[in-house]
Structure formats: structure tokens, C-alpha cells
Write a protein that binds this ligand. Structure first.
Ligand code: NI
Length: 252
């Protein structure tokens, strides 16, 4: 069940049975020569929508632009300042809690978002403690609970990725994440020769330094291995894990 494909009476009916919602959150940033700019938003979205349909829980719209400053030397990347992202997450949360949601599970697709998501959680909980207007029920009703899970850290997923791609998984534009997007959008599969086959590794600093160190955008990876079948296996494992974790979170 997806919020943006539902009507308000359907959401009102859902809230009578559950106060929990899952929000996919990611980034719009370069993902090397054969990875889609939307990869980090598409991965959690593909997993979340299948999980929500299978288990009957609500999936919100994807928060699909995040912390991508270091990718700005590549065309197409869009980034938010940390302060903008925190403010937006606060507004999304206040809107949802106004309607009665009490459990918000953020399924993240971008490592660069983690620090800012945690800062946003602190900002939101601060609002709860000091009873901001839209959190005014906080002292009487059940407490607001927020949860962050990176999709690649869901139970069993990392082991499967290592098994599928023992060489060249790397840390950015990985064959695993590109496979997930190819599974979701098989019409977008691209065949591109990688040179060198495995990309260099190194520290992430600002945008210009990043492009000098990693000229085609990849870090340590060989995403030419990406394929639809591997993506399907990763998604299946992630869907099972997120259903189990969301069920527990929604009732805890
Ligand atoms: Ni990524």
C-alpha cells in the first residue's frame, strides 16, 4: 500500500489499524558509468514497495534527494544542505504525526545521509520533549518512535551481496545496488566496459577532489557485474528482512 496511490479515506481506515509507516529515503547522485542517478533512492523504494504490498503496510513517498555534495562534479547530481534536509524531515514527520502516525521507519539507501538523518531524529525528538505544536499529544499519547535502517544492513543482505560479488563490490556504485535498480527497471540495464575494471579507493572529501580521485564516479567497485537476477535475489532477501523488522517496530 502506497500513500501517494491512496485516498484520504483509505489512509484514515489504515490509521484505525496501524500507526506505522515506512518512508524510503535516498539521494539523487551519480553512480558511475552504468548506474542510474536515482540508485540510492530507487533501492529502498523498490524494496519498500514490494514489502508493503506483501505485508499490507503503508509506504510513504520517497524522500529522494539527500546529502550528495561530494558528487556535485558529475552532471545530474542534486544535493540538499544538511540544514535543509533536517528541516524537511521535521516537516514530513510533523505532517504525519498530525494525522496520528506514531512509528516512522526510514529505509535509507545512501551512506552519506546517515549522519544527517540521525541529526534530524535529534531535532524531531527535541520537538517532542519541548511539545512543539504538532507534537502536543506526546506527553499524553504513545510516544513517537523513529527508526533508521540502511537497506544493505538488513539481516542476510550483506552476506548475499558478498556471495554474489566476491570481487569488486566496492563502496560506491556497487554491483549490488546497480543490480537492485536493474531488477526494478530492467529496461534501464546498460552494458558499459569499466576501465580500470575495479575502481580506485580513497577518502571522500569535496566534489572537485572526488572527481580527481574517482574520475568515473565509482569507488572500489566493478558494477559491470550488475544483473537483473542478482538484483532479484537481493530484493527478495531485503523484503523478507524489512517485513520482519517493520512488524516488530510497528507494534513495539
Ligand atoms: Ni549508492
Amino acid at each position: 500500500m502506497q500513500l501517494h496511490l491512496s485516498t484520504w479515506p483509505e489512509i484514515e481506515a489504515y490509521l484505525a489499524t496501524s500507526k506505522a509507516i515506512l518512508i524510503p529515503i535516498g539521494s539523487t547522485e551519480q553512480h558511475g558509468p552504468n548506474g542510474l542517478l536515482g540508485t540510492d533512492a530507487l533501492c529502498p523504494e523498490i524494496i519498500a514497495r514490494r514489502a508493503g504490498d506483501e505485508a499490507g503496510f503503508l509506504v510513504g513517498p520517497t524522500f529522494n534527494v539527500g546529502q550528495a555534495q561530494h558528487h556535485m562534479a558529475f552532471p545530474g547530481t542534486i544535493t540538499l544542505k544538511p540544514s535543509t534536509m533536517i528541516a524537511s524531515m521535521l516537516d514530513w514527520t510533523e505532517s504525519l504525526t498530525r494525522h496520528g502516525f506514531e512509528r516512522i521507519y526510514w529505509l535509507n539507501g545512501h551512506g552519506g545521509n546517515i549522519a544527517t538523518i540521525n541529526a534530524a531524529f535529534s531535532e524531531i525528538y527535541h520537538g517532542v520533549t519541548f511539545a512543539g505544536a504538532n507534537f502536543s499529544n506526546a506527553t499524553n499519547g504513545p510516544p513517537l518512535r523513529l527508526h533508521l535502517r540502511n537497506w544493505w544492513e538488513l539481516a542476510g543482505v550483506m552476506d548475499l551481496c558478498r556471495e554474489l560479488f566476491p570481487v569488486g563490490e566496492g563502496s560506491h556504485a556497487t554491483p549490488s545496488e546497480v543490480s537492485v535498480t536493474y531488477f526494478g527497471y530492467p529496461e534501464a540495464v546498460k552494458s558499459v566496459a569499466m576501465s580500470p575494471r575495479i575502481a580506485p579507493t580513497g577518502p571522500i572529501r569535496d566534489a572537485e577532489d572526488y572527481r580527481r580521485r574517482f574520475p568515473d564516479g565509482r569507488i572500489g567497485s566493478d558494477p559491470s557485474q550488475a544483473n537483473v537476477e542478482a538484483g532479484g535475489r537481493i530484493v527478495a532477501a531485503a523484503v523478507n528482512a524489512v517485513i520482519a523488522e517493520f512488524r516488530q517496530f510497528g507494534t513495539a
